[in-house]
Write a protein that binds this ligand. Structure first.
Ligand SMILES: [Zn+2]
Length: 93
C-alpha cells in the first residue's frame, strides 16, 4: 500500500505505476537511466493503476493530469535501449 505522500505526488505516483506494470524499466548497468519498454498494454495498465489511487483528500487524479504526466515520463525515458549502453557498444565496434 502506498503512503499518502505518494498518492498526492503525481510525478512519484506515475513513476511508480509505470515501473510496477513494467511499462518502464531501469538499465541494469545505469540505474539512473529509465527505459521505456514500449509495451502499450503495460502503459494502459499503468494508467489504470494510477487512476485507482485515491489522494489523501478522498479524490482521485483526473484523466488529463494522469495522461499528461504519463506522456511526459514516457517521452523522457530512453526508447527501448539504454543510450549509454548503446554508446558503449558503438565505441567498441
Ligand atoms: Zn545502460
Amino acid at each position: 500500500m502506498l503512503d499518502a505522500s505518494y498518492n498526492d505526488n503525481l510525478q512519484k505516483l506515475v513513476c511508480f505505476a509505470l515501473f510496477t506494470t513494467h511499462a518502464t524499466t531501469l538499465c541494469p548497468f545505469h540505474p539512473e537511466v529509465t527505459i521505456r519498454v514500449g509495451d502499450a498494454a503495460a502503459e494502459t495498465h499503468a494508467y489504470y493503476r494510477a487512476k485507482n489511487v485515491i489522494k489523501s483528500d478522498g479524490t482521485s487524479w483526473d484523466h488529463e493530469e494522469l495522461m499528461d504526466e504519463i506522456a511526459r515520463q514516457l517521452t523522457d525515458a530512453a526508447d527501448g535501449v539504454c543510450p549509454r549502453c548503446a554508446n558503449l557498444q558503438h565505441f567498441h565496434a
